[in-house]
Ligand binder design. Sequence first.
Ligand code: SF4
Length: 209
Amino acid sequence: MNICEIYSSIQGEGLDIGAPTVFVRTSGCPLKCKWCDTLFAFTEGEDMTVEEILETVQGYKVPRVCLTGGEPLIQKDSYKLAQKLLDLNYFVSVETGGSIAIEDMPCVQNLRIVLDIKCPSSEMQDRMEFSNIELLGPTDELKFVIADRKDYDYAKEIMSKHEPICSIVMQPVWGNDIKVLAEWVIEDKLNARVLPQLHKIIWGEKRGV
Ligand code: SF4
């Protein structure tokens, strides 16, 4: 696999926010979101076998692993890695950018899929594989990164059209006022969680945290 970085921190986003986690960040992504905060994952990376990755992860002695990117699902060995981590009793989450079908992932039922659906401000909304939403189970997460009211209304439209049964997370683009998003969600009594990027609140926009 081509791996950009492996490090231990706390989960800064989504349902597992605050939990100590090892992050395995794969290299490469088929999208180019306007506000992407991991552009370094497009160009940086080294080849590692699944066994080498497992050995590095096990060295941290942390029970949660997040496979992220870039886009982990463009590397077919991501499926093998996820299954091996599950076999070792890790809690595994896989963060995917929404453009790749998740149905090919054999262990999709046993891990937490964090599926990003890109809103208009990303300029990638036409690249989404919307059939993924129907495959999400109750323990999965559908995430919208929101830059403005247009994004928020778009996210509501997607929720209403696809009726996901998983948890919905709305996260403001870093630098935007989370209060504005929170007030929209309260006003609409929307079944969504408004969450910040905790790692950036703690450490700022740094890598490896
Ligand atoms: S999917 Fe993620 S890694 Fe890829 S361009 Fe968008 S934000 Fe960046």
